[in-house]
Design a protein around this ligand. Structure first.
Ligand SMILES: C[S@@+](CC[C@H](N)C(=O)[O-])C[C@H]1O[C@@H](n2cnc3c(N)ncnc32)[C@H](O)[C@@H]1O
Length: 247
């Protein structure tokens, strides 16, 4: 069973004392995020299916339908255990999956050895400018230490006219909101405490709370090199997909 103090690296706790960064505030430095995903890699897919009642794979399919065209060179950044990259390959993309957690990448490699899996940081992508026709990110940008710098890196590796698709968790404002609060803010962290890397499931709802809502994220993308940014919400607004074109 994990507690915040034994699951979050010492560096993060020090920052917590000095700068307010912790699993509870939903802000961790990159190294803390990487170590957290290394720890939860064995349960990550099962928790995704459980938390979304299996809808997560459908959302990934819609993401690649909107952002990836057959034959595209595709970067799936923050690829984790690889499901979105695999969906992009199924759509006919020539896909590179990138993540900084080696344990998450191990799972991805085991699922599909034919895809190129690269260890790297979104904040410093190991690719030349304009290398890709499409970039996808599934449930990843929320975790990047400097969101604006990460978006600029994603823009840099896209060719002008290339598409960016960002799938991310959001907070519903309508009828689902009370149910969501109980499920996401209470049940998920409680379940997480039973698992290895349990602090991740305290970090998860907290990171969604402090992440920009869809209209703000769209504006941030527009300010950082993307045109025609639009977003759609799924499942009563618990998830949003943003798509924009590299200017
Ligand atoms: C919630 S998982 C999403 C995995 C996958 N995209 C999916 O659809 O399930 C977030 C992933 O982002 C990765 N990540 C977070 N910040 C990163 C960064 N700066 N560079 C590379 N990977 C990062 C984590 O290691 C983790 O595997």
């Amino acid at each position: 069973m994990g507690s915040v103090s034994d699951e979050v690296p010492e560096g993060a706790i020090t920052r917590h004392l000095t700068g307010g960064r912790s699993a509870e505030t939903g802000t961790l430095p990159s190294e803390g995020v990487r170590r957290m995903f290394d720890r939860i890699a064995p349960v990550y897919d099962a928790m995704n299916r459980l938390m979304t009642a299996g809808l997560d794979q459908r959302w990934r399919r819609i993401t690649v339908e909107r952002a990836v065209r057959p034959g595209d060179r595709v970067l799936d950044a923050c690829c984790g255990t690889g499901d979105l990259a695999i969906a992009a390959a199924g759509r006919g993309g020539k896909v590179t999956g990138l993540d900084f957690s080696e344990r998450m990448l191990d799972r991805a490699r085991a699922k599909d050895p034919s895809i190129e899996w690269v260890r790297g940081d979104v904040l410093s992508l190991p690719f030349p400018d304009a290398s890709f026709d499409a970039v996808t990110v599934g449930f990843g940008v929320r975790n990047v230490d400097d969101l604006e710098a990460g978006v600029c890196e994603l823009r840099r590796v896209l060719r002008p006219g290339g598409l960016l698709g960002i799938l991310e968790i959001t907070r519903p404002t309508g009828m689902l909101a009370p149910f969501y609060r109980v499920w996401f803010d209470n049940v998920i962290p409680a379940l997480g405490r039973l698992l290895p890397g349990g602090a991740a499931y305290t970090y998860l709802p907290a990171s969604v709370r402090r992440f920009p809502p869809p209209a703000e994220l769209a504006a941030l993308l527009q300010r950082n090199g993307f045109d025609g940014v639009r977003f759609e919400r799924f499942a009563g607004g618990i998830v949003a997909l943003h798509v924009g074109t590299a200017a």
